[in-house]
Design a protein around this ligand. Structure first.
Ligand SMILES: Cc1ncc(COP(=O)(O)O)c(C=O)c1O
Length: 405
């Protein structure tokens, strides 16, 4: 059993009201984004910007529900994109703010359009810089190269570790020495690294030492250093003073402007997924409640990370507790959300509320098994509910053929 992720079970945003009272009238499954919690996170990030003079961007890969961009754009400097579509979304929905893009490899046919949206373009390799750098430069873009400081600060997590041996992400110092001609170096305005995943600022401090060791001779010639994402700044207990020291020391040591581009930290603990129990089955002493949401379709990080999301009203197991495995209705045997214990027996039709469902959820949804995409709601600053998006059969069908458009 994977433990419920520490620091994630945050239902205080519900103000003491139960899920049935707040969301009982809503068709399930559905996501709810909590505008107040997004604003709380952004205020904290804005305080880091104010304290240090750094600039913070929303990494849209984690959260790209653009109805919330006006609220986020009040505080942050702009958006970070992974390619053409996210860059366009950021430019359209957070107008007037910065758009930065990093992609492991750009496509020739996208590049010209990308130049319409992006302010900063970060390349992954000297070869990509050679191929597209001059074009980006003549369009007046700020150009960066992602570096790989070869400093893993996480263990047992290779798929989330860009510094794992053999990684394709970022240019190592060896690759730099082999390929970066003076002409290529002269195209650069900045360096970028992204090596962290849900980590505290001690890991950033370690990484910055490695960056300094590998690229300390290059950095004083740069205008900016982008420290990527993975900074869990809005998690309770995160060491913000240490983060601020890291940012200040980079600014002072190398004379660079500092960017951070967190995704999770912007929308951490700011969303819910509501679903209902469809059936309860028992096999070899394991009681499974099958719900109308799926880990594989609606919370894929539960399987990929893996982690067990927080669930309202569920606690650790103990005497007198009622333990259930919660699972989706798909054919995948491993479509299991996790094991939870309750103070009562679950019943068919009961409403369940998962927490921390705004990040890496809606933007990673799929319709495997023809599972419906959950509707998306916003819980506004005044507590009112507004449906932002609704989905049906056409959304499933349109991605598979041409007779539905
Ligand atoms: C280049 C880059 N920037 C930013 C992020 C955002 O990371 P997080 O959501 O963990 O803060 C990622 C995540 O993979 C990334 O690859």
């Amino acid at each position: 059993m994977v433990p419920v992720q520490e620091g994630r079970p945050q239902f205080w945003g519900l103000g003491g009201h139960g899920p049935e009272e707040l969301f009982g009238g809503m068709p399930t499954p559905a996501y709810i984004i909590d505008e107040n919690r997004i604003a709380d996170n952004c205020r904290l990030l804005a305080s880091v910007m104010e304290e240090t003079g750094c600039r913070i961007l929303l990494a849209q890969k984690a959260f790209s529900n653009f109805d919330l961009y006006p609220a986020i754009g009040q505080y942050l400097s702009g958006t970070e994109a992974s390619g053409l579509f996210e860059a366009r979304l950021g430019a359209e929905e957070m107008p007037g703010k910065e758009v930065h893009v990093f992609c492991a490899a750009y496509r020739e046919e996208d590049f010209e359009e990308l130049l319409e949206y992006a302010d900063h373009i970060v390349f992954n390799s000297p070869a990509q810089l050679r191929r597209f750098g001059a074009m980006a430069r003549s369009a007046g873009k700020s150009i960066g190269l992602r570096v790989n400081p070869e400093c893993s600060t996480q263990e047992g997590h290779a798929i989330y570790d860009p510094c794992a041996p053999g990684s394709r992400l970022g240019t190592t110092r060896k690759q730099w020495d082999e390929s970066m001609t003076p002409e290529l170096v002269s195209l650069l305005d900045g360096l970028h690294f992204h090596t962290l995943c849900e980590q505290d600022s001690d890991a950033l401090e370690t990484t910055l030492h490695a960056v300094g060791k590998a690229f300390g001779d290059v950095l004083p010639g740069m205008k900016w250093l982008n420290m990527g994402g993975g900074h869990h700044i809005t998690r309770p207990g995160y060491d913000i003073p240490r983060l601020e020291r890291c940012i200040r020391s980079a600014r002072e040591a190398w004379g660079v402007e500092v960017y951070l581009e967190p995704g999770e930290a912007v929308a951490l603990n700011a969303g819910y997924l509501v679903c209902r129990v469809l059936d309860i089955v028992e096999n070899s002493g394991v009681r499974t409640a099958i719900v109308d949401a799926s880990a594989a379709c609606h919370m894929p990080d539960v399987i990929e990370m893996p982690y067990t999301p927080p669930l309202y009203g569920a606690e650790g197991s103990g005497e007198g507790r009622h333990v259930y495995r919660l699972a989706g209705p798909t054919c995948l045997a491993g479509d299991v959300i996790g094991e939870y214990s309750f103070g009562h027996d679950l019943r068919e039709g009961e409403l369940l509320l998962f927490g921390d469902m705004a990040i890496y959820s809606m933007c990673k949804n799929n319709t495997f098994n023809g599972m419906p995409l959950p509707d998306i709601w916003k819980r506004g600053a005044d507590g009112s509910l507004a449906r932002l998006a609704g989905f049906g059969y056409a959304d499933f069908k349109m991605r598979l053929g041409n007779r539905c458009r």
